[in-house]
Write a new protein. Structure first.
Ligand code: PEP
Ligand code: MN
Length: 259
């Protein structure tokens, strides 16, 4: 294991990020209905997923795209997680959302677009809740590290980083997964780091190989988008793995971990 002596661990509902065993976070890009999230939670729990994801406040590039179900969706996610015994992660985009809703999630996700939102990061430092800080899509390692320090130096040490791909000259994929970030940031910051191959590549057929690359380079977790019917998803269907194919992938991840 890389730089083992530097590793800071972050506990989320009894799961330890940074203990040397990758955690699996999966779920839809967005919570779309109560039925959708309950069904996904049930099936994902069965195949051994550790944490359920689901966006409710969605940072969409276009203001005309589906913006998420907001508070209503967050209640569905929270209740589905409780019902099936899965901790949950969801993104908040504003200080108001953090203050009002942080008690409803187990991890607060800060999205790529908000990595530079310093007032928001400072507020996260004042609350007692794990934060997953995604890398800004054009952030250097130093900028990302310093963004984490806005939270940590303000009092909240429970920060997990997430590499979700960066913008490069390449246009064939949604982003470019910077695999170097995984061992490098783990070593330099001591923080646990999760890889989100779904947003990195944007194409479901490449999520699996990138996920293995992340595990091989020491990622402390994976976050993968899954949907029951990706072609009908309200957001990010093209990168979502079909639910019925996901158990097989989870089996492969576990086999890899046993090696
Ligand atoms: C997401 O995880 O749903 C998301 C919007 O990711 P990112 O902030 O990495 O674009
Ligand atoms: Mn998404």
């Amino acid at each position: 294991m890389i730089c083992e002596e530097n590793i800071i661990t972050v506990e989320v509902a009894g799961l330890i990020f940074g203990d040397g065993k990758a955690k699996f976070i999966a779920g839809p890009c967005a919570v779309e209905s109560e039925e959708q999230i309950y069904n996904l939670a049930k099936e994902l729990k069965k195949c051994g997923v550790d944490i359920l994801r689901g966006g409710c406040f969605k940072p969409r590039t276009s203001p005309y795209s589906f913006q998420g179900l907001g508070e209503e969706g967050l209640h569905y996610l929270n209740e589905a997680g409780k019902f099936y015994g899965l901790p949950i992660i969801s993104e908040f985009m504003s200080i108001e959302e953090v203050l009002k809703f942080h008690h409803l999630v187990d991890i607060i996700q800060i999205g790529s677009r908000n990595m530079y939102n310093y007032p928001l990061l400072r507020t996260l430092g004042e609350i007692d809740k794990p934060v997953m800080l995604k890398r800004g899509f054009s952030a250097t390692y130093e900028e990302w590290h310093l963004a984490s320090q806005y939270i940590i130096s303000n009092g909240n040490k429970k920060v997990i980083l997430a590499e979700r791909g960066i913008r490069t000259f390449e246009t064939g994929t949604r982003n470019t997964l910077d695999i170097t970030a995984i061992p490098f940031m783990k070593c330099r910051t001591g923080l646990p780091i999760v890889c989100d191959p779904s947003h990195a590549v944007g194409l479901r057929e490449f999520v699996e190989p990138l996920a293995f690359a992340a595990l091989a380079t020491g990622a402390d977790g994976l976050m993968i988008e899954v949907h029951e019917t990706p072609e009908k998803a309200l957001s990010d269907g093209r990168q979502s793995i079909e639910l019925k194919k996901f158990p097989e992938l989870m089996d492969k991840f576990r086999d890899f971990q046993r090696r």
